[in-house]
Design a protein around this ligand. Structure first.
Ligand code: ATP
Ligand code: MG
Length: 175
């Protein structure tokens, strides 16, 4: 089924607003709109929510978290960036493993189970996509979910299904 990325992002913003506010963190979103992937919306909301929850949990108060969307080489990219504690090189290879948590002394002691990123990876893989991380210890992290783009079609897309957004009629002499 088609999943509208704008819809996923807005649900994630709703779900994470309370936690962000409790740390005076602002979650902003930006980038390309109108992107579509194929799959399970609830799972994709869970995946992006896990990334934003981490971005909040592993950042100091009064920072910013950004959700960005774009399309590149047939892939839809949803990235979550923070200005948090970052992840050291030795931990970077392992954070997607089940139950793995980086040094709890540096992680905010929020009592996570270490499953969030394993779930994100599982959902990404299930959708024919991937997730990766870029991080600088002490300054922040960016997680990027990449999913195959679904071609928009009038049949799938409520915005164009009524024909109002299809542009001018084709030239009858062209064929
Ligand atoms: P939970 O199961 O509640 O999500 P968790 O957050 O510890 O627990 P993961 O989401 O899998 O588990 O993350 C694994 C570890 O990776 C975290 O414990 C933390 O050390 C590190 N980590 C994840 N996201 C970030 C981030 N944005 N910034 C810094 N460290 C992070
Ligand atoms: Mg987590």
């Amino acid at each position: 089924k088609p999943v509208y990325v704008d819809q996923v992002v807005s649900e994630v913003l709703d779900r994470t607003r309370m936690g962000a506010e409790s740390q005076d963190i602002v979650v902003v979103s930006g980038g390309e709109s109108g992107l579509v992937v194929r799959g399970n919306e609830a799972q994709l909301v869970t995946a992006v929510t896990n990334l934003v929850d981490n971005a909040i949990n592993y950042s100091p108060d009064h920072t910013r978290v950004a959700i960005g969307t774009r399309q590149r080489d047939g892939l839809v990219e949803i990235s979550v960036s923070d200005q948090g504690i970052g992840i050291g090189e030795t931990d970077l290879d392992r954070i997607f493993e089940r139950f793995y948590r980086a040094d709890p002394a540096r992680s905010r002691a929020t009592g996570g189970t270490g499953l969030g990123l394993a779930i994100v990876k599982h959902i990404a893989t299930n959708h024919g996509g991937s997730v990766d991380v870029w991080s600088v210890e002490g300054s922040g992290s960016t997680f990027t979910l990449r999913l195959p783009s679904a071609a928009r079609s009038a049949a799938d897309d409520p915005a164009v299904a009524d024909g109002s957004d299809l542009g001018p009629d084709p030239d009858p002499d062209a064929a």
